[in-house]
Design a protein. Structure first.
Length: 367
């Protein structure tokens, strides 16, 4: 195998595909990329057996066809360190791959392409297209709420729900819940639900850019495949049942407070400096048209912020994890936000004023 190309044409594809490769491997070949030069097209594949990403590039001069696996991170680091617009030649001879550019030459050990595993996918149950901007919003609005290494493994990912009238994403770690709905973008005649693992969600988000081309999503019983331009991402799904999120969203909320999102976000940021590093709790006191935010820590240090808000209910005190509130206010993109509760011991519903496609539920804390 031998091919020549410009450094820039493979730089982003190489970085994206290498991102899928885990640093610690059980099989040596999983630390490598499968590189195939055939029919005027170069394809590179990286996998960790759960997530697989294939990148194809046609602006490559293929002098000799073939396939081989090359160490992923070493190849990506070499490529990144070469001068801009450099012309690079990759040639495979025996069990060695040589990368040449100008006066630089690197020889890398390779492994046979036949050893490289493939992520099994199977039949597709649903297929639909969604724009990059819409998919990015569906992911960005909820992904921060995914659990990390929770024993309830079905929380370590994002629920993707495809229904005849909508496309919806939901994520929860048991203490908070985020939901984003894209109306009119669903497909099929029945509601399908799939839990996309955390890594699959993050790699899919990395794949999206500012372009206006669509992403083709194919959902099967045990996999999700996303194709955009020269990239195809396949991720296995989490085998489990996601909690009934509709029961978590509180109803009959009698008290609502409306405030400026940016003012609240900055006030929570300042108050969090003196909150307990372990519990991150802050006390919110609603009284008249003023919200008082109080935080303290074991060193007897205290912070107090007062923010003007719209509120006409009775005086109320309620505690929250300040990090959860900050996360929500960071992803919301409206000028004003509304926080609704029924009493001091109930979950809070947070929404952006003027945009109703995303909502957030945060559990209260006892302080």
């Amino acid at each position: 195998m031998k091919f020549t190309t410009n450094r820039e044409s493979l730089l982003r594809p190489l970085q994206l595909v290498t991102g899928v490769v885990e640093r610690r491997q059980t099989l040596p070949v999983l630390a490598n990329l499968l590189v195939v030069a055939r029919d005027g097209c170069l394809s590179m594949t990286g996998t960790d057996l759960e997530v697989e990403l294939i990148a194809r590039e046609e602006t490559v001069d293929i002098q000799r066809e073939g396939e081989i696996t090359i160490p992923a991170r070493k190849l990506a680091d070499i490529w990144r360190s070469l001068p801009e617009s450099a012309e690079v030649t990759v040639e495979v001879s025996g069990d060695r791959a040589t990368v040449r550019s100008g006066r630089s030459r690197f020889t890398l050990a390779t492994l046979p392409a036949a050893d490289f595993p493939k992520v099994e996918s199977g039949q597709d149950d649903a297929e639909f297209k969604v724009s990059q901007q819409q998919l990015r919003r569906l992911i960005d609005q909820v992904s921060f709420s995914m659990a990390q290494q929770d024993v309830r493994y079905f929380l370590n990912g994002m629920l993707l729900e495809v229904a005849p009238g909508h496309l919806r994403t939901v994520a929860t770690d048991g203490h908070r819940l985020a939901m984003c709905t894209l109306e009119g973008a669903g497909s099929g005649s029945e509601r399908l639900q799939a839990i996309v693992p955390r890594k699959g969600v993050l790699e899919l988000a990395r794949l999206l850019d500012d372009g206006d081309d669509d992403v083709l999503l194919q959902l099967g019983a045990n996999h999700l495949r996303a194709a955009r331009g020269p990239y195809t991402l396949t991720t296995k799904l989490v085998d489990g049942k996601f909690p009934d999120y509709e029961k978590v969203v509180p109803k009959d909320l009698g008290r609502s407070v409306i405030g400026d999102r940016d003012t609240l976000r900055q006030a929570f940021q300042r108050a969090s400096i003196l909150s307990n590093e372990k519990y991150r709790g802050v006390r919110l006191i609603l009284d008249g048209e003023q919200l008082t935010i109080q935080a303290n820590n074991p060193e007897q240090e205290e912070a107090e912020e007062q923010v003007p808000v719209e509120y006409d209910g009775d005086r109320m005190e309620i505690g929250f994890n300040v990090s959860y509130l900050q996360d929500v206010l960071t992803v919301l993109d409206t000028d004003q936000v509304q926080l609704s509760v029924s009493d001091a011991n109930s979950s809070a519903l947070i929404e952006g004023i003027g945009r109703d496609d995303a909502l957030y539920v945060v559990m209260p804390m006892r302080l």
